[in-house]
Design a protein around this ligand. Sequence first.
Ligand SMILES: NC(=O)c1ccc[n+]([C@@H]2O[C@H](COP(=O)([O-])OP(=O)(O)OC[C@H]3O[C@@H](n4cnc5c(N)ncnc54)[C@H](OP(=O)(O)O)[C@@H]3O)[C@@H](O)[C@H]2O)c1
Length: 159
Amino acid sequence: MISIIVAVAKNGVIGDKNTLLWHISEDLRNFKRITSGHPVIMGRKTYESLGRPLPNRQNVVISRTQSHIEGCTVVSSLEDAIALFPQEEEIFIIGGAQIYALAMDIADKFYLTRVEHTYEGDTSFPEWDESKWELISQESFVCGEKYPYPFTFEEYKKR
Ligand SMILES: NC(=O)c1ccc[n+]([C@@H]2O[C@H](COP(=O)([O-])OP(=O)(O)OC[C@H]3O[C@@H](n4cnc5c(N)ncnc54)[C@H](OP(=O)(O)O)[C@@H]3O)[C@@H](O)[C@H]2O)c1
């Protein structure tokens, strides 16, 4: 099963200058809880923004220019990344925008954090067709313990 996980600002922005624009502890905990124990697949730039492999997860990096990254499996296409795992395994596409754009059509599940605030940034989540996805859970927060704006965790499955 292929799952996508992302946090998206109100205006579609997901990052700027290869970093995240917000720090929401609840979202980081949610990301860790959902993805731990499962493979995570990411673009080379997202890997560089993390700076190290995520612990307790097999890290797969997609790149045309790199062939070895310490602690990661490096492949040259999304198809090669997916082919590493049996179909029954839940694998997570964790970004960034280029890799989300490749994966949205083939994903089965979509974990979306809606950050209810507008941010200026150079990277946006690709347009997606909400009619193809069924909302299966939703949890809203008026703010975080240290984050001042509202956000919502949503989970969708492909119709
Ligand atoms: N808000 C969130 O939830 C979230 C999550 C993840 C990332 N982000 C943000 O998103 C931004 C990074 O996203 P991005 O779109 O710039 O980069 P990205 O998708 O992380 O990585 C792009 C790189 O992936 C490789 N790639 C892309 N398409 C490929 C293909 N078809 N075949 C082989 N390799 C391919 C290329 O690597 P090479 O150049 O090495 O060939 C390309 O430069 C950062 O700001 C990050 O903080 C946000």
